[in-house]
Design a protein around this ligand. Structure first.
Ligand code: ATP
Ligand code: MG
Length: 320
């Protein structure tokens, strides 16, 4: 199968290890084989925030994160929502294909509302999964490397594609999600590692920052280290981080630490993460913001051309 891969991130802060093991590693692996688009979802920043915040700064940092993990702009089109009006316009017909009840049932949207700091829930919060359908379908994406939280949104996209094709004739492929090695990496202390929840280790963190974050990570006072995500989420999250960075199982590492307690566990996790991030830190130093912005400019132009083509097809299919 000749896939078109689409995936992306919100410029809400630096990418972290959850992004890496949930999605970025797959992107780097797939970029040699398939046509690939990576979206900086700038409009979606305001799904759960009143203002876009330090948007330009966050976009610059996100671009450098991409280059640092090895996403190659010679192979991948990196672009942003706000530069592609034709992509955003797809949202109109797509919204007509999904019911209000279906929008209200989305479990990820419910979870994000629960964690939102906003006083009110906006219409965009309920409809951004349809916006995501536009993201995936504007380039006729067929494969979407994402973390577990995105599965309901890919399901929405599949519905939109199928219903559009039924009503107006075959225009869109029905895409599939592809989950990474760790579809839901827990953050320090447990829960989903998330930019917005203050429990993440950023890919751009220095060695000292990484050590400080892990030192402060909540654990428990039980000396014997066991892998028990249900009852010991703090300990389990450190074991999982170390396990992914070292390519060994959590159980193996727990047995090795034995009754060394949280301090041994933290020392091991710190070393594992820092060693894992070393080549990513080194690659980041090879790139500049000016170069990254140039990459985005070129990606925006290419993505826009693709979006114009698809919107033309959509209009024709709808008889406009
Ligand atoms: P925010 O808190 O601002 O929503 P986020 O950390 O959830 O940020 P997103 O930009 O929403 O990050 O997600 C980008 C991609 O990374 C998605 O495919 C998502 O599934 C994946 N991802 C994010 N966090 C994790 C995680 N902890 N484990 C695995 N994948 C993740
Ligand atoms: Mg998110």
């Amino acid at each position: 199968m000749n896939h078109v891969v689409l995936t992306g991130d919100r410029p809400t802060g630096p990418l972290h290890l959850g992004h890496y093991f949930g999605s970025l590693a797959n992107r780097v692996r797939l970029q040699d084989t398939y046509e690939m688009y990576v979206l900086i979802a700038d409009y979606q920043v305001i799904t759960d925030r009143d203002l876009p915040g330090a948007i330009q700064q966050n976009i610059d940092a996100l671009l450098l994160d991409y280059l640092a993990v090895g996403i190659d702009p010679a192979k991948v089109t990196i672009f942003q929502h706000s530069a592609i009006p034709e992509l955003n316009q797809l949202m109109l017909p797509f919204l007509s294909l999904i019911s209000v009840a279906e929008l209200g049932r989305n479990p990820t949207v419910k979870d994000e509302i629960a964690h939102s700091s906003q006083q009110v829930v906006s219409g965009l919060m309920f409809t951004y999964p349809v916006h995501q359908a536009a993201d995936i379908l504007f380039c006729k994406g067929t494969l979407v490397p994402v973390g577990k939280d995105q599965l309901p949104h890919v399901e929405t996209t599949r519905l939109v594609a199928r219903r559009f094709n039924e009503r107006y004739g075959p225009v869109f492929p029905v895409p599939e999600a592809m989950m990474g090695e760790q579809p839901l990496l827990p953050g320090l202390g447990g829960g989903k590692m998330s930019k917005s929840r203050g429990n993440a280790i950023a890919l751009s963190a220095t060695e000292d920052e990484t050590a400080a974050l892990i030192r402060k990570a909540p654990t428990d006072s039980e000396r014997l280290i066991t892998f028990d995500p249900e009852n010991r989420p703090g300990v389990a999250s450190l074991l999982t981080l170390a396990s992914l960075c070292l390519g060994r199982t959590q159980q193996e590492l727990a047995d090795e630490i034995g009754d060394g307690g949280a301090s041994r566990l933290k020392a091991l996790a710190t070393e594992a993460v820092n060693e894992f991030l070393a080549p990513i830190r080194a690659r980041r130093r090879e790139h500049t913001v000016a170069e990254a912005r140039k990459v985005l400019g070129e990606g925006n132009a290419a993505a826009r051309e693709r979006a114009i083509k698809t919107l033309d097809e959509v209009r024709a299919a709808m008889g406009f």
